[in-house]
Every structure is written in C-alpha cells, then in structure tokens.
Write a protein that binds this ligand. Structure first.
Ligand code: GDP
Length: 595
C-alpha cells in the first residue's frame, strides 16, 4: 500500500486541509508542509489550501497523481456551470492570451499585430487601460488578451473562468526558455488551451530559434511540427514584422480545429477582465462577452456588484450598440468596481440585481473563511523566488540633478550579485499612469518618487493594480527602503536545526501510518511535535513526525540524552523500523536572509 501510486487518480474538492491532502496523497504531513515551506508559505496541518495550490504542490513534488477537482462543488463562484449552447450556436472569434517571460516582447508583439504605435507614444502619455483587443485577419476577428501578469491569469482560473482558447507563448530567440515561459506553459495546459509558440526577436543577430525549440522539446514536451511534433512554432519579429501574418493564420487554423461556438440567443454573459474607478466616469469595467449580445441599458450583475450599462465602447474607445460573443468592451454604469475574473450576467431589473448581489456577498464571505492558502498566493511566492534576480525600479524625481544622484546611489547598493537592481524607467515629474502600467506588469517592480507627487487618479490606478509606489524626500530613506526590498527578494532559506538523535532498541507496533518503538536518546533531546528522519546504515529510509514521547510508560514532554523512551511516530507509509536504526530529530524554519 502506498508504494505504487502510478497513474493514480485522486479527486478532491475546491479546498482541502493540509492534513487531508497529505492523507489523500499518502504523504507525510511534514513533507507537504516542507514543500509549502520551500515556496515560502508557512502552513499548519489544519490550514486549508485550494485546488490550484494542491495541483502545483503535486507537480512540484513530482508525484504521479492525477489530481482532479470534484465538479459541481458547493461554492458559487468556482462552480460556474458551463454554458450549454442551444442548437447550433454561432461561430465565434478565438480568444487568445499572449504570455511569456518579461521583456521577451509580449507588448511589442501585440502592438505590431494591432498595428499601433506603443500606447506610451500615442496620446502624450495618456494611456487607456484596455487589456483586450481585436485583430482582423482575412475578414475574421481574433480577440487578444494582454494578460497583465500570470497571477491575474491564476485569479481568472480560480473563479473557474477559463476563457482562453489559444495561448501564444512568446519566447525571445536570443534568450530562450525562462521561468515565466515555463509558468505560461503550465497555465496554458491547466487551462486546456492550445499552445502556439512565437519565437520572437528573429531580427537579432544573436537569435537562436533552434535552441529555443530544443529547450521546449526536450524539457517541456512541446515538439515543433517540423520535428514531427504537434506544437505550432512561428518565428517572428515584432520589430520587423516578420512572421506576424503567419502567426495570425496559425491562430485561426488552430482555432478552427476547436470549432469555437457561442450561443447568441441567450441573455448576455461573460467575464470581468478589468475594472477600475475613474473620476467623472465612476467604475470603468472591461467585459468579455462570451454568450449572447450585450447592449447599453441592460442590468448586469458581477459577483456582489451590479449596474445598468450606461456607455459601452469597443477596444478603440468607439461607442458600440451591441457586443456579441468574444467581444471585449468597456462599460460604465456599475455601482462599484467588480472583481477581476468575476462572471457577469444579465438580470431583468434593479430589484433582481440587488437580490443576486446580496447572496453573492454571503457566498464570498463563506468562501473567504474556508480557504487560507490560494494558488495565487503560492504563485506569487514562487514568482518572487524565480524572479529573485531582478529588482526593478522606476524612478521619478523633481529635477535632473536629484534624479541622477538617486539612480547612481541605487546602483551602488551591494547585493553580492544575487539580486540585480534594474532601473527600467526614469524621468522628471510626478508619478504618471504610464509608470503604473509599466510597474503593473511585474510584481517585483517598485516606483520611487523623490520630491514628487502621486496625483490622486494615478494613486487609484496604482491601488487597483497593486503597484508599489513609494515617495521620499530624504535620499537615504529611499535607499534604505530599496535595500530592504532587495533583501526581501533573496530566496528564503529553509534552515534545519538538529535537536537530538536516538537509537532504536525495540519495535512495538507497526501500523500503516504510525510506528511505536523504544530507544535510547544518544544526543540532545526528543519531544512531541518534532520532525525526524530515520537512518539505517547512514541512509535515510523515512521522514517521520514525533506524535508522543513516553518515559517509563508515562507521557513525557521531553526526554534527554542518556534516557530510554517510548516513541510514537507518524509515517506516510508503512515503515518497518529495526533495532539499531537511528532517528534524528530536527526543526525546520523559513529564514529571511539579509544583505
Ligand atoms: P514584454 O515585457 O514581454 O511586454 O516585452 P516588450 O514588448 O516590452 O519588449 C521588451 C524589449 O524587447 C523592448 O525593448 C522591445 O523593444 C524589444 N523587442 C521586442 N520585440 C522585439 C523584436 O522582435 N526584435 C528586437 N530586436 N527587439 C524587440
């Protein structure tokens, strides 16, 4: 039992406690907690983790278990039923997410496909916060999502909203596969989306598409078609425009294989893909229509928020009278800002809207109480770990002189090479919306303002996108802050402290998940709750947890060197202890390092 778990299918619900998951996976609680530890999350046995986290952990541990989510869970937001199309339905444009490692050219590629100048240059720094676009190719539409970050994508998934048909994974030909590339692949697979790889920056002399393909094929199971595999890979350049038409053709081709259809004759429904407050306009909400046709004047509900659509615009900001399936729109009229990733649907009137939102509030509270650790948390921690190399800053100052000295001083912070400070943008004047937008694309980016202001509208935007903006008037305070932020990026260390050891003198009882044995403490001490490993001839044979310690048949708190004791050990599988085995006790702690 517990030895051969190959191809095992395990079904769990929306969330599960650490203890239950360990049990289900026939793992020791210690090793599960240890794995969470390694990712910077301190968990206890009774803490609940969500399905996404469980999946990631299983994958990280390399356990051969096919984890599946119990369908039709009790929770309202997670178990959004799939829309059943009545009749034939209509063909709809594919929904395509563009993902990839930072700086590999996602934004440039989107800009090139949409044939627009970078938004930054366009309207004198006035950016519109649109995250979905539509491109035309051979008279057909393609909906493109500019995924603001993988975390956001994780949030979408958490709401059960898997809306992407195709994921274009952008890999720079001169840089190859990077951590966020791997994450993007994982997301695409979890979302059941088709993957197309865009090997970008082909115009560069150092471009090495063969290497990218080899990495993807050998390490990530993505085999290019030309090598007999089934992954479409297109060599492109956002700069020269090379391969972009082919990329779009491939998207349409792949989409055709999926037979994407939608229900047009149904009340409009879809997802919130963006939302923020704007002075004068109120809640400005990006919606992606999935089914039905949305028109101004409709009452819509998204989670615990509702509204009556007052204005509706397409991605270019032009007014729209009707939006059908796969169309991204920006609407106003919501009473408040709905949550990103929330499903929206139509209701008849305001009274009905109120009823629905009240119920959603109750559900949301219940949900918040039941899950302690979410996939988004874990990913955030993992991201921080993977990206620990770069600490990106945007610097704004009042005058050129202070800007230069702030930047120069920042660059002098000594980190031993482990964390690199990169000034990704700098300028004179107040913090701008552009700064926020730039910072929002990477969790490790901080905006520093020296002797400048953060205008209220920009502040709201920053709050919405969870961008860190820090204002200073004293330079060494700014530098101290930067140093602390860089320290926070150093990967936490899991430190084990040896507490004692014991030699087994006799084994009393062996059960599937518990062993009772006796022995002599040869060193240090042993106490209930300690973690331990069993060694035989110097080789580890199991990791265990001390449940109880007894001295002369009496429960004891601690037993010290030289004393005999009885031990009850929790095991994740049947462990056959032998006389002479050594048990080493230790504690495990996550320690934040400092520079
Ligand atoms: P993102 O972080 O993935 O959105 O990347 P960006 O689109 O911001 O691009 C990062 C950098 O790579 C920018 O300096 C771009 O000008 C540059 N870049 C993007 N695509 C290409 C390309 O096809 N060729 C070259 N030479 N540079 C590119």
């Amino acid at each position: 039992m517990g030895q051969n778990m190959a191809e095992k299918k395990v079904i769990i619900s929306d969330s599960i406690t650490v203890g239950e998951l360990a049990d289900t996976l026939q793992l020791s609680v210690t090793s599960l907690i240890g794995e969470l530890f390694k990712n910077g999350i301190v968990a206890t046995i009774n803490q609940r983790i969500d399905f996404e986290t469980a999946t990631i952990i299983v994958e990280e541990l390399g356990i051969d278990v096919d984890l599946q989510q119990r369908s039709g869970g009790s929770d309202s937001t997670q178990a959004r039923p799939k829309h059943q199309i009545v009749g034939e339905g209509v063909e709809r444009p594919p929904i395509v997410a563009v993902m990839g490692h930072v700086d590999h050219g996602k934004t440039s590629l989107l800009d090139a496909i949409l044939n627009k100048k970078t938004v930054d240059q366009e309207a004198g720094g006035i950016t519109q916060h649109i995250s979905a676009y539509q491109a035309e190719r051979n008279g057909r539409s393609i909906t493109l999502l500019d995924t603001p970050g993988h975390e956001a994508f994780a949030a979408l998934r958490q709401h059960g909203a898997v809306l992407t048909d195709v994921v274009i994974i952008v890999v720079a030909a001169d840089d190859g596969v990077k951590p966020q590339t791997v994450e993007a692949i994982r997301f695409a697979r979890n979302a059941n989306a088709r993957i197309i790889v865009a090997i970008n920056k082909m115009d560069k002399e150092t471009a090495n598409p063969q290497l990218v393909k080899t990495q993807l094929a050998s390490e990530h199971g993505l085999n290019p078609e030309e090598w007999g595999g089934d992954t479409v890979m297109v060599e492109v350049s956002a700069k020269s425009g090379q391969g972009l038409d082919k990329l779009m053709d491939m998207v349409l081709l792949v989409a055709d294989m999926e037979e994407l259809r939608a229900d047009e004759k149904t009340p409009a429904e879809g997802l919130v893909i963006e939302a923020h407050m704007e002075t004068g306009r109120g809640a400005v909400v990006g919606l992606l229509v999935e089914h039905g046709k949305l028109t101004p004047g409709s009452y819509i509900v998204a989670g615990s928020v509702y509204g009556k659509v007052r204005t509706m615009q397409n991605f270019k900001g032009e007014p729209l009278k009707v939006a059908g399936p796969s169309t991204p729109v920006t609407v106003t009229g919501f009473k408040d800002v709905p949550q990103f990733g929330e499903a929206f649907y139509l209701v008849k009137n305001e009274r009905q809207a109120r009823q629905k939102t009240a119920q959603a509030k109750i559900d949301a509270e219940r949900q918040a109480a039941s899950t302690n650790i979410t996939g988004a948390d874990l990913l955030k921690m993992m991201n921080q770990k993977h990206d620990a190399k770069d600490f990106n800053v945007i610097v704004r100052a009042d005058v050129q002189g202070s800007l230069t000295s702030v930047i120069d001083s920042l660059k002098l912070i000594e980190t031993g090479g482990e964390v690199t400070l990169r000034v990704i943008s700098s300028g004179i004047g107040n913090i701008s919306e552009n700064d926020i937008r730039l910072a929002a694309s990477d969790a490790n980016t901080v905006i520093y303002g020296f002797n400048v202001d953060l205008p209220p509208a920009v502040k709201r935007l920053g709050a919405r996108d969870k961008v860190q903006v820090r204002l200073y008037t004293i330079i060494y305070e700014l530098l101290d802050d930067a140093r602390h932020s860089m320290e926070a990026l150093l990967a936490p260390e899991v430190v084990e402290t040896k507490l004692g050891s014991l030699t087994i003198k006799g084994v009393f009882r062996t059960m599937r998940d518990e062993v009772i044995a006796g022995g002599e403490v040869t060193n240090g001490k042993v106490a209930a709750g300690m973690q331990a490993r069993v060694l035989r001839k110097g080789q580890e044979i199991a990791e265990v947890e001390v449940i109880r310690v007894q001295r002369q048949q009496q429960e004891a708190k601690e037993v010290f060197e030289g004393e005999m004791c009885g031990l009850s050990l929790r095991t994740n599988k049947k462990v056959l202890l032998e006389e002479g085995d050594t048990v080493e006790f230790f504690s495990r702690e996550v320690v934040q390092r400092t520079l």
